[in-house]
Design a protein around this ligand. Sequence first.
Ligand SMILES: NC(=O)C1=CN([C@@H]2O[C@H](COP(=O)(O)OP(=O)(O)OC[C@H]3O[C@@H](n4cnc5c(N)ncnc54)[C@H](O)[C@@H]3O)[C@@H](O)[C@H]2O)C=CC1
Ligand SMILES: N[C@@H](CCC(=O)N[C@@H](CSC=O)C(=O)NCC(=O)O)C(=O)O
Ligand SMILES: [Zn+2]
Ligand SMILES: [Zn+2]
Length: 379
Amino acid sequence: MASTEGQVITCKAAVAYEPNKPLVIEDVQVAPPQAGEVRIKILFTALCHTDAYTWSGKDPEGLFPCILGHEAAGIVESVGEGVSEVKPGDHVIPCYQAECRECKFCKSGKTNLCGKVRAATGVGIMMNDRKTRFSINGKPIYHFMGTSTFSQYSVVHDVSVAKIDPSAPLEKVCLLGCGVPTGLGAVWNTAKVEPGSIVAVFGLGTVGLAVAEGAKAAGASRIIGIDIDNNKFKRAKDFGVTEFINPKDHEKPIQQVIVDQTDGGVDYSFECIGNVSVMRAALECCHKGWGTSVIVGVAASGQEISTRPFQLVTGRVWKGTAFGGFKSRSQVPWLVDKYMKKEIKVDEYITHNLTLGEINKAFDLMHEGGCLRCVLTMH
Ligand SMILES: NC(=O)C1=CN([C@@H]2O[C@H](COP(=O)(O)OP(=O)(O)OC[C@H]3O[C@@H](n4cnc5c(N)ncnc54)[C@H](O)[C@@H]3O)[C@@H](O)[C@H]2O)C=CC1
Ligand SMILES: N[C@@H](CCC(=O)N[C@@H](CSC=O)C(=O)NCC(=O)O)C(=O)O
Ligand SMILES: [Zn+2]
Ligand SMILES: [Zn+2]
């Protein structure tokens, strides 16, 4: 096939024109990558609740029109000047959390957040010329999270590309771009759960189930799953949840129910919903003196967390995690290898498979209890 290097590619993409209005499949022009950029042929993308969150209009960084999507896998089509770590043909996972290895954050050894391109990705543009690489008949379309994977081709910064084992099935490992690493890493990197710990997981969607999987691998003695949907428990057992509580079955606040059942509270809790009231409950169900609560869920613009400072004075710790604390370019390939060695689950989180043209149906499915991840075939 003729090379497309250096040329504008016209391809199909799902464009979000306005909050909550159905995505429109359009012919989009994708400009060639500039210096420090990579153009990727996206082969498979999953949908994450953060895409739905931004699409809903509740994300303060949400810009329209844009191309959403950030949990994907593909093949490098071409690279811009100065890109040395990937080349055309490489199999890759785009990473919304970049890793430049040079900035203050990357060098700190204290965080996986990277400062190099975040200011540009937060306003839907590329750093090099502060413009977008997507357009429709000359009208610019914003990028999203530096990834925009709901397009057959996307341009990303080179610091946002993880090169992976070419034998890994892209239709599966696309999930390692967001939800599964986030849950595993929340346990392994952020909380650092020890063997024998009692863990509470609020919200048993993909992220919460990955927390349960990570906690089981870490040797937790009890993994208490909390969800308002009773149907979640059966599946959650397969991911390591040992007990289930539905807050609706109790008169008392859920934090009190958990404290009563755990001799004073859990060692670690994880909020995987994005609900600020639940974040409070997750903190307050932790054991006095050492209990740590990790916020994973993304709450809407304007929402704030609160608790009595006494909760922290008496030794509880409140933390948060982005992409589970994983350093993306370094550790996503390691996660892919772990999947290939069957040391972590991925296939089990995929409940549906559709095509790019069915993306609105995929978002509808996401709001149904039975759906974890829906993977779209892009071509
Ligand atoms: N911090 C990070 O890096 C990341 C954060 N996220 C966020 O994590 C959150 C979870 O994502 P998914 O697992 O994909 O979502 P999901 O919607 O599949 O799962 C949420 C679960 O919470 C349950 N739930 C809803 N309200 C509840 C309540 N009041 N009490 C108990 N359970 C309740 C639902 O029944 C559902 O099972 C989202 O907010 C998403 O945006 C996702 C990826 C990365
Ligand atoms: N723009 C949002 C930010 C939402 C958010 O917190 N995103 C997570 C990833 S969620 C993935 O599905 C994250 O990594 N945050 C760190 C970051 O650098 O964005 C808002 O303002 O609410
Ligand atoms: Zn996500
Ligand atoms: Zn950096």
